[in-house]
Design a protein around this ligand. Structure first.
Ligand code: NDP
Length: 485
């Protein structure tokens, strides 16, 4: 497989850095050895982005031309959808059908969405002052460092690139060292879209080395990060020290509240989709299922029965729902949450590795012993749901909010009154009512509490990737005081 250490101003660059093994988690075989982008390579990438920004060929391009390039990016992604999905599947173990049907299309949508958005962006004008007009313009910030995670590399990495460049910035993307192949291929494709050289660059390597070097680079002006909460703290600390604007989209442990008046089948379907899609490796997974006592036994029985029938296996098999975890190490992490005693919880189904080869985990449901159980509080990031039963609505909200995370939440009820109360009481950046994940790109998507600061969305990305400039102009000749006259 073709491996890319870095893509700088359209050129594939080899680097002398340490080799990183890229493993297919379905078969435990080595797919590629990727030399890490060393300091000199990071410098080169950032300087290419700087030149592309400073020469103005992208940010001053007429908006219609910029929109056309972004739309061409989307077309190129769609034209290579099969190849991209194939590479992403090999590198991540995510089911091919889910990548092809969701992530790759989402990547193309990301470019189209921002192409449309910039065509309608406006400034502000203040004309209340009798002598002056004051306009507020928004300009791109400069060179963006974009750091993305491994759990959905193409969808998440493309979101960062599309939003950064749409507003006229240039960027250097560093994907996760564990899953760089699909997104590297995607960035390579963008080279044919008509982007001026150096607008989009890529460096591969480990976070603590390549990523850290990138963020600290003096020519990097802003930082966008998606990943785990512990890393987010490090990024915010570094960005804060250097006074660089940063947004961090972090982990979750999202509550899925099922009231006893819910449409039972829909809530069951939603709960299964919420925890088992994307191999359970989703920031927005509904990983804490809260079910009301009146329907709890029936719900648990039905969930367990359905979970046991879910096909775990070869991610290329169209019937597969859950492929392998991204690595053996991550599989061990997921399995480490299986309760060893009743003090932690009761295993209702799953809890074991599936097969001897590949990092497969059975779909798992555990009834947590109490709300402070580790498995009810920490992000497991796999096909592993923790469940608790509640009696009253207030108890459901208390359980849902008893978390340091606040990314999303799900609520199921046929009472409009209950839904309206629930969406107010739940502490999370997004509340999905009677539906599994529904991504509205126009609306903000970002976490509360330790799930992040800032996030995606039309206005939100515009606010982050541009900065305001206030320009005041006299309406008529001014009579200025003549100092020293
Ligand atoms: P990590 O935090 O481990 O890594 C994320 C990225 O940061 C990777 O590219 C990583 O590189 C890099 N990185 C690590 N350390 C540093 C550092 N010191 N400086 C700069 N970059 C660094 O997250 P994962 O990749 O494990 O992703 C899973 C996490 O992402 C989960 O917690 C999940 O909830 C969260 N996530 C949040 C989303 C949201 O929208 N809120 C969406 C998707 C995922 P490398 O891997 O090469 O070390």
């Amino acid at each position: 497989m073709d491996t890319i250490t870095a893509l700088i101003a359209g050129e594939k660059v080899a680097s002398g850095g340490a080799p990183i093994a890229i493993i297919d988690p379905a078969t435990d075989t080595l797919v590629a050895e990727l030399p890490e982008a060393d300091d000199a390579t990071v410098d080169r990438a950032v300087l290419a982005a700087r030149r592309a920004f400073d020469d103005g060929s992208w940010r001053f391009m007429p908006v219609e031309a910029r929109q056309a390039v972004l739309r061409r990016c989307a077309e190129l992604i769609e034209a290579s959808a099969d190849t991209l999905a194939d590479i992403e599947c090999t590198n991540t173990g995510l089911p091919l059908a889910q990548i092809r049907g969701r992530s790759v299309l989402r990547a193309a949508d990301n470019f189209r969405f921002f192409a449309d958005y910039i065509g309608q962006a406006t400034g502000r004008l203040y004309e209340q002052h009798p002598d002056y007009l004051t306009m507020v313009r928004r300009e791109p910030v400069g060179v963006a460092a974009l750091i993305s995670p491994w759990n959905s590399p193409i969808a998440l990495g493309s979101m960062k690139v599309a939003s950064a460049i749409a507003f006229g910035n240039s960027c250097v993307l560093k994907p996760s060292e564990q899953a760089p192949l699909g997104i590297s291929k995607l960035v390579e494709l963008l080279g044919e879209a008509g982007l001026p050289e150096g607008v989009v660059n890529l460096v591969n390597g480990r976070g603590a080395t390549t990523g850290d070097r990138l963020i600290r680079h003096p020519e990097v002006d802003l930082v966008s990060f998606t990943g785990g909460t512990p890393t987010g703290r490090v990024i915010m600390r570094t960005a804060g020290e250097l006074l660089k604007p940063a947004e961090v989209e972090l982990g979750g442990k999202s509550a899925n509240i099922i009231f006893d008046d819910a449409d039972f089948e829909a809530a069951l379907d939603g709960a299964l989709l919420g925890i088992f899609t994307n191999n359970g490796q989703q920031c927005l997974a509904g990983s804490r299922i809260l079910v009301q006592r009146g329907i709890a036994d029936r719900f648990i029985e039905a969930f367990v029965e359905r979970a046991r029938r879910i096909k775990v296996g070869d991610p290329r098999d169209p019937a597969t729902v859950i492929g392998p975890m991204v690595s053996q190490r991550h599989m061990q992490h997921v399995l480490s949450f299986v309760p060893g005693s009743a003090a932690e919880g009761e295993l209702l189904t799953g809890g074991c590795r599936a097969g001897d080869t590949g990092a497969y985990v059975e779909p798992t449901l555990v009834r947590a012993a109490d709300r402070d159980a580790r498995l009810f509080q920490e992000e497991i990031f796999g096909p592993f749901a923790a469940l608790m039963v509640f009696d009253t609505d207030d108890e459901a909200y208390a359980l849902a909010n008893h978390s340091r995370f606040g990314l999303v939440s799900y609520v199921w009820s046929q009472s409009l009154q209950r839904i309206m109360t629930a969406q107010e009481r739940i502490q999370a950046g997004t509340v999905w009512c009677n539906t599994p994940m529904m991504r509205e790109l126009r609306a903000p998507f970002g976490g509360w509490k330790e799930s992040g600061i800032g996030g995606d969305g039309g206005l939100e990305c515009e606010a982050f990737y541009t900065r305001a400039k206030t320009v005041s102009i006299p309406r008529r000749p001014l009579q200025l005081r003549k100092l020293g006259a």
